[in-house]
Design a protein around this ligand. Sequence first.
Ligand code: AMP
Ligand code: MG
Length: 373
Amino acid sequence: MQTKIIKLDPNNIDNTALCEAAAIIREGGLVAFPTETVYGLGADALHSEASKKIYAAKGRPSDNPLIVHISSYKDLLSIAKEVPPEAKKLADAFWPGPLTMIVWKNDNVPPETTGGMDTVAVRMPNHPIALRLIAESGCLIAAPSANTSGKPSPTEASHVALDMNGRIPMILDGGPVGIGIESTIIDLTEAKPMILRPGYITKDMLEAVLEKEVEIDPGILASEAACTHPLEAACTHPPGDITGPEASGLKPKAPGMRYKHYAPKADLVLVDGEAGDVVAKINELVQKKQETGQKIGVIATDETKSLYQSDYVVSIGARQDEDAIARHLYKILREFDDLNVDAIYSESFSTPRMGQAIMNRLLKAAGHQVIHV
Ligand code: AMP
Ligand code: MG
């Protein structure tokens, strides 16, 4: 299959191209498109055959449900069995935006879209191309991240092309995304709202709107805690598809959070501690590896970049600029794939607001290997 890549200006969307993309969705085909978080791989969410194509193109396990993207609040009413009052409050505050809500589904949503679950994940993305594509197609669009399963989520159309060329008919290139990590997921089907995946919208922001406590999935917390004990050597969980949380016996509630995600080709190890100690430790580790003939990459910050001696040193941004760190993370992991490095060492980024979301992704990419100094 020939993949058509169409450049679109988000502020001046070409109507002919958009209509062509919308027609593909209506006919049950796949279109990759930008959202404000990462690029999505979209198909008609209410048609099982269309949804199934997403799993096939990504190589995604069929029990990992898709997020349904909508362009107006009434779309939520058309697929939810019941809409809890929290959903309205959160939609008013954060939609369109990087928040996915889990609600009970009705029969309009086929089991293929929800990985067989009785609940459905719904989000209204804050990107003009995504919103226009949904509205023009007249469909609700199921869209996971547009990467091959297990690869970092795409933050530019070129990343999508690398993974999806020849597998899908069309990619809409709206330039680099703004946020760079996937949406926050909040489950509204239990007595207490619970965050199943941390993201740009934080627990504090959600609690401020709901005026009540929001919990964080214990499975997510377990995966953070799994590596916080001080160790000189890397704390390594057994290799395989399931990492971190499984080891503690606590399964994350979102099926997708149980898989090893975002894995770069090279072995990635995080080094956590005071800045000076981290730099010294990484330089020591790099030197040891280089002595065995390996090529090494380092993920640094603007402040520390010049302090490393390694084959490749990339700055993820200024340490104070959390938005830049989130936006650059996946791109850097992909760049190191292209450079064919043997190992990557990264500083850790427990920044005040998005630190939990950033570290959640980075820990997964590292297979939970952390050295504490
Ligand atoms: P992606 O679109 O690639 O970011 O993946 C969607 C994420 O949402 C995965 O982690 C899914 O497991 C999660 N998800 C989607 N639907 C549900 C649901 N009904 N219940 C819990 N998690 C869900
Ligand atoms: Mg994904």
